[in-house]
Write a protein that binds this ligand. Structure first.
Ligand code: ZN
Length: 83
């Protein structure tokens, strides 16, 4: 039986959390900040997912720990060569 007093806001929040988790994993795969990914998905939903699908992949520089392009050969921050 469907309860008509069931708040639709609850469903919206469930969807927001769902997209948040999807973006969390996409951000992780792309080497980006996972917490930011979750917030992105939570607020933007499917738009956040699309963003993380098209966005450039990142990696962490082993020398200075800065986030750089996954294809980078020389770190932009410390100028060290990445092998
Ligand atoms: Zn570096």
């Amino acid at each position: 039986m469907i309860d008509e007093s069931f708040p639709p806001l609850f469903i919206l929040i469930l969807f927001a959390i769902f997209w948040g988790v999807v973006c969390y994993y996409l951000a992780k795969r792309k080497g980006r900040k996972k917490g930011i990914g979750f917030i992105f998905g939570f607020i933007l939903g499917i738009i956040g997912v699309i963003y993380y699908l098209v966005v450039e992949k990142k990696k962490i520089c082993p020398f200075c720990k800065e986030r750089i392009s996954a294809e980078a050969l020389i770190c932009l921050h410390c100028r060290k060569e990445i092998t």
